[in-house]
Write a protein that binds this ligand. Structure first.
Ligand SMILES: Nc1ncnc2c1ncn2[C@@H]1O[C@H](COP(=O)(O)OP(=O)(O)OP(=O)(O)O)[C@@H](O)[C@H]1O
Ligand SMILES: [Mg+2]
Length: 270
């Protein structure tokens, strides 16, 4: 049985008695310990898909399951980084992270939770901001704090919606490496199952085992692509290879083909 299975999923939004189809007949699986990226153009339904996996929204038809059970609500088995900043404004950065730990890891003392929070704030390079409030941080820093919170929760499943979108190039590279090293772990414990939404094709290739490409709105699975590079990965070793260029070109052409269809163009120039 797959860890996550989405089957013939249709998702609608209703407004003033009118309904809008956001996702159309989506099916894919994520195996336990697999790192899957979802890519697709703006508005194709990536965040909608994550809301289904989070249990914040229910499908119009079809199903989404974790360990074979329908997702009917939020759960502490899932850590999440939302696309838009999602820290509690009334808590310090450190309390935000410790609060996440409290939700998912039972039986720890307050002191232990704070120690974990400090460790993860160190990892995302925010130790000096632990006692600040979210409004005192830049957008990218808030997003790093939200990532620290999700990672510190140490859940089996991580759902991440463009987590590095607002982060500068240098910190983005650091965060990608951090995420991969935490995901790969020490080989003794089971790897986390990750669903990672991104616009960035290079990021998707570097991080993922599999890429699910969604078509334009209403989103449906346009293509599923397995990323062939062995792990642990070294970005500099991968980026120069022919296999990398081939895969990247394939993804780029699919991406632009889809965009060209949407705008009515018949030629795709990359
Ligand atoms: N709460 C809502 N009510 C009505 N329509 C919505 C709602 N949320 C999203 N939509 C619509 O559903 C479609 C998919 O939106 P969604 O946010 O899932 O896209 P996305 O792929 O995450 O886009 P982006 O890359 O810009 O974040 C869009 O057309 C959007 O307008
Ligand atoms: Mg989105």
């Amino acid at each position: 049985m797959s860890k996550i299975e989405v089957k013939n999923l249709f998702v609608e939004y209703s407004d003033n008695n009118k309904s809008f189809l956001a996702l159309k007949d989506i099916s894919f699986r994520v195996e336990e310990g697999e790192f899957v990226s979802v890519i697709g153009s703006s508005g194709c339904g990536k965040s909608t898909l994550l809301s289904i996996l989070l249990g914040l929204k229910l499908p119009a038809s079809g199903s989404a399951t974790i360990d074979g059970r329908s997702i009917t609500g939020a759960g502490t088995d899932r850590g999440v980084v939302f696309q838009h900043y999602s820290l509690f404004p009334w808590m310090t950065v450190r309390s935000n992270v410790a609060f996440g730990v409290k939700q998912s890891r039972k039986g720890l003392s307050h002191r232990q939770r704070l120690e974990i929070a400090d460790r993860f704030l160190e990892k995302v390079n925010l130790p000096d901001f632990a006692h600040k409030y979210p409004f005192q941080l830049s957008g990218g820093m808030q997003q790093r704090a939200a990532i620290a919170r999700a990672l510190a929760m140490d859940t089996d499943i991580l759902l991440m919606d463009e987590p590095f979108g607002a982060i500068d190039a240098k910190n983005r590279t650091i965060m990608q490496e951090l995420l991969l090293s935490l995901w790969e772990g020490d080989g003794k414990t089971a790897k986390k199952t990750v669903v990672f939404v991104t616009h960035d094709i290079d990021e998707a290739i570097f991080l993922s085992d599999k890429i699910v490409m969604l078509s334009n709105s209403p989103g449906h699975v346009f293509r599923e692509i397995t990323v062939p590079f062995v792990r642990p990965r070294n970005r500099f070793a991968i980026f120069g290879t022919d296999a990398y260029s081939k895969l990247r070109n394939e993804l780029m052409s699919l991406f632009y083909l889809d965009v060209a269809e949407k705008i009515g163009g018949d030629e795709v120039v990359i």
